[in-house]
Design a protein around this ligand. Sequence first.
Ligand code: SAM
Ligand code: SF4
Length: 466
Amino acid sequence: MNKIINNNKLLKELEEDIQISTSKIDEILAKAKELRGISHNEVLTLLKIEDKELLNCLYETAKWIKQEIYGKRLVLFAPLYISNLCKNECLYCAFRRANKKLIRKALSQEEIREEVEILLSQGHKRVLLVAGEAYTDEGLNYIFNSIESVYRVKTDKGNIRRLNVNIAPLSVEEFKELNKYSIGTYQLFQETYHEETYKKLHIGGPKTDYLYRLETMDRALKAGLKDVGIGVLFGLYDWRYEILAILSHINHLEENFGLGPHTISVPRLEPAFGSEISYKPPFPVCDEDFKKIIAVLRIAVPYTGIILSTRENEQMRRDAFTLGISQISAGSRTNPGGYKHPDSETPEGMGSQFSLGDIRPLQDVIKDIVVHGYIPSFCTACYRLGRVGKDFMDLAKPGLIKLHCLPNAMTTFAEYLEDFADEELKKNGFNLIEKMIEKDVAKDETKNKIRKMIQEVKSGKRDMYI
Ligand code: SAM
Ligand code: SF4
């Protein structure tokens, strides 16, 4: 039985005629600024805003919250696709098993090493390991071996310091096995919480089981994982329904495990080779609604990270940073081996999962972020210091995280500037760091501490965090 999503209730609520008034919205947005989230009914009211002025108030509040909690900081990562073998039939995805024209590939451990070396040479420190649901003859050991291979790579530019995974649902016993490896967040997207739509779009393979997927995070947390990330593939069903459903899912996790998700991902459906639906999304989400999604989520769950991928184009990514995104991927490829062979650009040859909106290399993305006054962060301190799960949330909620995150963002960005940046970026980057120390760090003692750490990075010290 579905104890997480009350489908009839959500559908009925969305049909209700809610009166929107400026005073009502003002009241909700004022409450949002207390940074404790807002109620289900208040979210429902925000979802119904159409008026341009009220919409601007919504955006301004989301921007204020983003700045208050996260400051001008953006965490960067790259996906690492290790395999596009898959036994499922998700109608929107190029990896679906009936897509016979797609060139299939599961990287060998040696090929994984090569991919990681390339990511390290670009400056990445955090990767998200991604795979279709079929893992060569080794079964799940293929994933475990791959995790070990990623961490094993050490170059003169360092090593991967945090690896998150986005792989198919596991049983409790399998999650216990996965938990023995040093993973950061386990991510899984429900795709759509609307069961009827889910069944129409997932027509073959283990992923047809809606409930098994929905209860994945329960099993992960029962098995002892600390950080889980959820998400919806926007474009499959009514985005308003999906937002209410995400919040129901979060409530369920908080009530049963005392802990919400570490992150929410907001992928939008993109064209995928061999998938008709991907070119004509059943419920297309326009840019304005997409911004609304990000702003409402930021307001509703202020302490949960929100992740945006390179599915989105440059301009949307810029808009999204200010509205509440806290993590982005950059310089991504969605085909196994895509970093070593970026130019095999026929759709079949690429073996990619979907097409990308932002194909700029990492350094170009960073330059753009810096121009807009954001500090790119490669920080991995929390997870390495055991600030995970409930401990992370306890620390995050009173805003203390900012005390750690901002200095750590600066030291890891300084490392990037020293090791990878061209002269122009180096100059602009260090100027931005100094400007931010002056403006955004309150105590002189902390300012001095950060300046000292930056100096040490300039003198060759690496991997500094507090
Ligand atoms: N195979 C596993 C699964 O489905 O959960 C894990 C990784 S899957 C490669 C990662 C995610 O890609 C899926 O959860 C889905 O949301 C997203 N995806 C699939 N097709 C897409 C498309 N055409 N556009 C954008 N995202 C897509
Ligand atoms: Fe396979 Fe995941 Fe693509 Fe579905 S979304 S076809 S499970 S890779």
